[in-house]
Design a protein around this ligand. Structure first.
Ligand code: G4P
Length: 527
């Protein structure tokens, strides 16, 4: 019973947004609600990595971004909430995609001034691939942004999801008066810089109550009545099943920096967001209530202390209980492993734990055994799926500047790509090595770390490829194609064949010329 209670207490989610929409600010305010941090600014300083000790961190510090995906745990209304942070910088988008495989729902932050932006679109595509339930928080209502109805329209069209407003703003910018809570039928009046516990809420059971005019003025009251009538007519009750299927997203309006409109969202989140969900493996679906432990690695973080080469693998518990010092099977390596110091994260501090439950994320010390997507179980042979590599967008050939360090280079490339820092492609039947990334910054990180951690000095030669496509089909056809297109055929780390297309035109031409071959943009085509 205790075990089931532990599962029912947990909600694991991530906040996603285009950079600068307010993800860090919202994260901090949510942690304040949960009492996990006392000081405003704690998350921010995490982002800038003040006082970082290693040189590697210098890269992050200089650019003011966090390469790390950290995990924050806080309690709210007797629930244990795991918030998985995602790097905001687009060059580390793959990290974010992988983190999304480890959560059960997301909160999407939209800047009311900028609306839907490039990163928002891409991240939502990944959520849609997995039907992840989404709650939308429209931020920065204290600024003159887009009109709410226009914004709703834009989000629905651009992100291909139906929205369902649960709060509604009264004006915006300097005239922002607050939000009307459509399901609680109460008014939350805006005062800048609220504390997490501040409440300035007034029950307005009847929207025609003159109290509304008193509180927000006759003009805004009239506008709100008009809006609410329209909203009631269109939306009605929230369909929570449709939310769970990722078809409908509840929407809240507020201002993260002013700690406004967040409580409404958090209260709904704890009410409707899913507890740990079942997950697919290559053999069967695994559900959290099962007694035997299983979990998978979705993120590997290099140790930032250059004197210690070990790494931290982030494991999401999917079923059963992970116990300290108990032996588990590493399925890919067919190897038994024990963990003497698994730890969880309470805001920024780490704590060694004796056990962890479905929905939890634990950090495991790793000396090079783990790859992204690795599965641990009590013995059952299965691998969690849905951990795709996406086609990179930038390609560069690795040039070894120091032939004496070839071995170190190979090892470094293997380990860094195991961590998921970038993708490595090796020429089919040859030795050329090509690194594929999402952003320029990743190449800098790789170059820097190869030198610092492995003593290998490299240069990169830019290549003008458009996409990497995993190819499948009948062996004879594939053999023919690879012979014909030899210069463009690579192998990914697992030996799967990949075609590097020079341009969209080339890719389309090859598709037409080779109808028996399938070209896939993600490596997850097998499932
Ligand atoms: P990110 O993690 O999504 O990149 O965004 P972040 O929270 O860092 O917020 C980006 C900027 O937007 C910050 O300003 C932040 O203070 C501001 N911001 C967040 N929420 C609101 C809001 O509700 N209203 C307004 N007006 N601004 C908001 P900055 O100048 O970049 O940083 P800082 O100097 O304020 O820390």
């Amino acid at each position: 019973m205790k075990y089931q209670n532990e599962i029912n207490r947990r909600k694991t989610f991530a906040i996603i947004s285009h950079p600068d929409a307010g993800k860090t600010t919202l994260t901090e305010k949510l942690l304040l609600f949960g009492g996990a941090i006392q000081v405003a600014g704690a998350v921010k300083s995490n982002k800038i990595k003040k006082g970082a000790t290693s040189d590697f961190m210098e890269i992050e510090r200089q650019r003011g971004i966090s390469v790390a995906t950290s995990v924050m745990t806080f309690e709210y209304k007797d629930l244990l909430i795991n918030l998985l942070d995602t790097p905001g910088h687009k060059d580390f988008a793959e990290d974010t995609y992988r983190t999304l495989t480890a959560v059960d729902s997301v909160i999407l932050v939209i800047d009311s001034v900028n609306g839907v932006e490039e990163q928002t679109r891409r991240l939502m595509e990944v959520c849609r691939m997995r039907d992840t339930p989404v709650i939308v928080f429209v931020n920065k209502m204290d600024r003159d942004g887009k009109f709410p109805f226009d914004l709703i329209d834009e989000i629905e069209k651009e992100l291909n999801i139906s929205l369902h407003p649960l709060t509604w703003p009264i004006n915006m910018g300097r005239e922002f008066k607050g939000v009307y809570n459509l399901y609680e039928k109460s008014l939350n009046l805006f005062t800048p810089s609220q504390k997490a516990t501040d409440e300035n809420s007034v029950a307005i059971n009847d929207i025609n109550d003159a109290l509304l005019d008193q509180k927000v003025g006759a003009k805004d009251a009239a506008q709100l009545r008009e809006d609410v009538e329209l909203l009631d007519g269109v939306y009605g009750e929230l369909d929570s099943e449709a939310y769970m299927k990722g078809e409908v997203a509840p929407v809240f309006f507020g201002s993260a920096v002013n700690n406004f409109g967040i409580r409404e969202m958090l209260d709904t989140f704890v009410r409707i967001a899913p507890n740990p969900l079942c997950r697919a493996t290559d053999v069967r679906e695994v559900c959290p209530g099962e007694p035997k432990f299983s979990g998978f690695i979705f993120k590997i973080h290099a140790n930032l202390d250059p004197r210690h080469r070990d790494r931290i693998a982030f494991l999401r518990v999917c079923s059963g209980r992970l116990e300290r010092n108990k032996s588990y099977k590493h399925i890919r390596l067919d190897k038994d492993m024990k963990f003497s110091n698994p730890y969880t994260f309470l805001a920024r501090s780490k704590e060694v734990v004796d056990d962890a439950y479905p929905g939890d994320v634990v950090g495991l010390f790793d000396t090079g055994n783990f790859k992204i997507g690795d599965t641990l179980t009590e013995g059952e042979k299965m691998m969690f799926t849905g951990m795709p590599s996406f086609s990179p967008e930038l390609f560069r050939e690795v040039v070894n500047k120091d032939p004496m360090k070839t071995k170190q280079l190979e090892k470094g490339l293997r380990q860094l790509t195991d961590e998921g820092v970038a993708q490595l492609f090796t020429q089919h039947g040859g030795n050329r090595k090509i690194i594929g990334c999402v952003g320029d910054l990743q190449f800098e990180v790789i170059q820097y770390r190869l030198l610092q951690e492995y003593g290998a000095s490299v240069d990169f030669v830019p290549l003008s490829f458009y996409k990497a496509c995993w190819i499948t089909g009948e062996k004879k056809k594939i053999d023919e194609f690879t012979r014909f297109k030899q210069a463009n055929i690579m192998e990914d780390k697992d030996g799967n064949l990949v075609y590097l297309a020079q341009s969209e035109w080339f890719l389309n031409t090859e598709r037409q010329n080779n109808p028996d071959i399938e070209f896939h943009f993600t490596s997850d085509y097998k499932h």
